[in-house]
Structures are given as structure tokens and as C-alpha cells.
Design a protein around this ligand. Structure first.
Ligand code: SAH
Length: 360
């Protein structure tokens, strides 16, 4: 890395500020340029300010709230980092009934949400037909529906799409196939990519994303993640730090770096300017007001929890999850207030990805 840039009065190398400006204007950087900005904490504020401006230019000041329904924590997979993993005997398992799920969606609509996210472990109880029926019932409420239930055959995705599902969230977690397969034993990177491709072909808006701070993950791998998201033209990208869960094999791993995660979000906004990018719950678990900070660094989506009662606590991907004692009404009111304080507003449309002509 050349240091010819010297420092300017704001104490970051000129070379890097030029890169940030280039990214903000052309939405293009090379692998080594992305790596350089990711690795550089000195340029973080400048990077995030540029991302905030691009966010405003491309997706505006509206913050999309998506009501998150965590409907089952039963999972057939055994991901090394995740509290829902099959081999975790300490978690209390639960599964909501179809009526309970639809009731939560109805309530979410009552709080003003236009869209719900149905998320669960990979729970085989929810056959394609069972989940399709739930999707049909929620679709009839005129809510946009995002599913996040893991890897399934293409036919299942097709059935849910036909039933009215609009979007699907499936984080790639890492685009390093070797790391992916080490941390998600029994799963194949190839199949994860196949799922994303199928979802795209079926007409879903495709959400994906990375876990930051996986043991062995490097900034180069994160730069590859960003290029992958550009290549597949991801509609939504959720980025969160690893929060070690003591009931998993990664319980003693170092937590993901909050600031690196923030730089990742900012770079994604610069390089995929139209994407929907959430300020994730994990960012606030690690730092108070973390979601506001991320909303001011390029993000434009928040997914407040609309799960009720003890199920919130039991859906324990990681420890220290925020708002487990709050009600869905509390979360809606709290987020609405916080967004208004930032000079932003809660968007009232269904929050589909905006397509605008690119400035070249
Ligand atoms: N079964 C669904 C939903 C998984 S849980 C699926 O496969 O997509 C949603 C996300 O939580 C995961 O994609 C993962 O990135 C994140 N997650 C899991 N364990 C975590 C941990 N310990 N710290 C931070 N995020 C975690």
C-alpha cells in the first residue's frame, strides 16, 4: 500500500478520500480498493458520511420498518455460531401455530407495518404446503411478505412465491466456500448459491448478507462478499457482527468488530446505491443506539420484532438480544420516535427496492 497520499487537515490520507469520492460517484471500486477502505479505520467517518449522502440521494429519508415474526426456533442445521443449531440442547424450542403466526401479522398491520418478515430455523414441520397456506392468509391482509426459513428445494420457493411471498432473506454468511463449509457443517456453499439463484429466477426480491468476524475471515474475504453482492445485484443486504453464543462451538470466539461492520455497511451503500440495507439488531446488541448510527451510515431499513411474549427470548441466535421484554407496540413506538429524532421518517409504502437510472 503506497503512502504517497500524505495526511490532509482532517487526518485521513488523501488517496483514500479520493477513493471514497470515486465510490460515491461511480459506485465502482476494485477488489484492492474495497479491501483498503475496509481495513482503514481512519477513514471511517468520511466513508460513512459519503454513504449517508448516497443513501439520501438514491433511497431518500424514509426508513422502512419490517415487522419480524420469529415463528420457530427448531432447526435441522448445525451452524457453529448459531444458538438455534440442532445440537444445542440448552435452548427451549418452540413453534408457533399457523393461527398464531397469522395473528401476529394482523397485529403488525394494526401497528402500521406494511410488510412482515417470517423467520425461523430450518423447521421441517413447515412443509411447502403448510407455509404456502400461511403466506396466502397473510398476503390476503395486503402485507408484503419476506420469508427467511433457510435452504429449500426450488419447488418450495416456487410454491411460496405463487402463494404471494415477495422477498426472501438468505445470508450467504461468507463467500469463502471453505470457511462457509467449515462453519456450517453438512451444508454446501454451492447449494446456498443455488438457493439465491433460484429465488432470483422465481422473481423474489433477494436479500442476503454477511456475518462479520467469523474465525478465519479476512477483510479480503469481505471485499469478495461485496463484489458478490454487486454481481448478483442483491436487493437487500443484511450485515451483522458475530456475537459469540456460549451454547455453541464458537462460544469463546472473539466478537465481530462493530466498526468494521459499520464500514462494510457504508461501502455497500456506496457500491449498491439502490439496495435496501437494514440496521441490524446485532449492531445494537453490541452498542447502545447502534441502529441509529448505522441508519446514519448508509442503512435505510429496520426490522423491529413483532414476536410476542417469551418467544422473543427463546429465539436466541446470540446472547444479549435487545428488547426481549418489550411488546411489539413498544418497539414500533420506540423506533418511530428514534427515526423522527434523526430527521428521517417512517416510510409508508411496502418498501420494494427502488430502481433508478444509474449515474455513470
Ligand atoms: N434459518 C434461516 C435464518 C437464520 S437466523 C436462514 O438460514 O437464513 C438469521 C441470521 O442470524 C443468520 O443468517 C446469521 O447470519 C445470524 N446469526 C446466527 N447466529 C449469530 C450469532 N451468534 N451472532 C450474530 N448473528 C448470528
Amino acid at each position: 500500500m503506497s503512502k504517497v497520499g500524505h495526511s490532509n487537515s482532517q487526518d485521513f490520507p488523501i488517496e483514500e478520500s479520493a477513493l471514497i469520492q470515486q465510490a460515491a460517484e461511480t459506485h465502482h471500486l476494485t477488489f484492492s480498493e474495497i479491501t483498503k477502505l475496509l481495513a482503514d479505520d481512519a477513514c471511517e467517518e468520511l466513508l460513512c458520511a459519503a454513504a449517508d449522502a448516497v443513501r439520501k440521494q438514491f433511497v431518500g429519508d424514509g426508513v422502512h420498518l419490517r415487522g419480524l415474526i420469529e415463528f420457530s426456533n427448531i432447526c435441522r442445521q448445525d451452524c457453529m455460531y448459531c444458538g438455534l443449531r440442532r445440537d444445542n440442547g440448552k435452548i427451549e424450542r418452540y413453534r408457533l401455530t399457523a393461527d398464531e403466526i397469522v395473528m401476529l401479522a394482523e397485529k403488525a398491520k394494526g401497528y402500521g407495518y406494511r410488510t412482515v418478515v417470517l423467520q425461523s430455523g430450518e423447521d421441517a414441520h413447515f412443509t411447502a404446503e403448510r407455509l404456502a397456506e400461511i403466506v396466502r392468509r397473510i398476503h390476503a391482509l395486503d402485507l408484503a411478505i419476506t420469508l427467511s426459513v433457510g435452504e429449500r428445494p426450488r419447488e418450495d420457493y416456487a410454491a411460496w412465491r405463487a402463494a404471494g411471498a415477495d422477498r426472501y432473506l438468505l445470508r450467504i454468511e461468507t463467500t469463502n466456500a471453505e470457511l462457509y463449509e467449515r462453519l456450517d457443517p453438512g451444508m454446501s456453499y454451492e447449494n446456498r448459491v443455488r438457493c439465491l439463484r433460484d429465488l432470483r429466477e422465481l422473481g423474489y426480491e433477494v436479500g442476503t448478507g454477511s456475518l462479520i468476524g467469523l474465525p478465519g475471515q479476512t477483510v479480503e474475504m469481505l471485499a469478495r462478499d461485496i463484489l458478490f453482492y454487486q454481481e448478483i445485484d442483491a436487493d437487500m443486504i443484511g450485515i451483522g457482527p458475530l456475537i459469540p453464543n456460549g451454547d455453541t462451538p464458537l462460544g469463546k470466539a472473539a466478537p465481530g468488530d462493530w466498526h468494521l461492520t459499520r464500514r462494510m455497511v457504508a461501502l455497500l451503500r456506496l457500491l449498491l446505491p439502490e439496495a435496501n440495507i437494514p440496521a441490524t439488531t446485532a449492531m445494537e446488541t453490541m452498542m447502545p443506539r447502534g441502529r441509529e448510527l448505522i441508519l446514519a451510515s448508509g442503512a435505510n431499513v429496520v426490522m423491529p420484532n413483532v414476536t410476542e411474549g417469551d418467544y422473543r427470548r427463546k429465539y436466541a441466535l446470540y446472547p444479549g438480544k435487545i428488547c426481549v421484554a418489550d411488546t411489539p407496540a413498544d418497539c414500533r413506538a420506540c423506533m418511530g420516535g428514534r427515526i423522527a429524532t434523526m430527521g428521517r421518517f417512517v416510510a409508508t409504502d411496502k418498501g420494494f427496492r427502488k430502481h433508478q437510472p444509474r449515474k455513470r
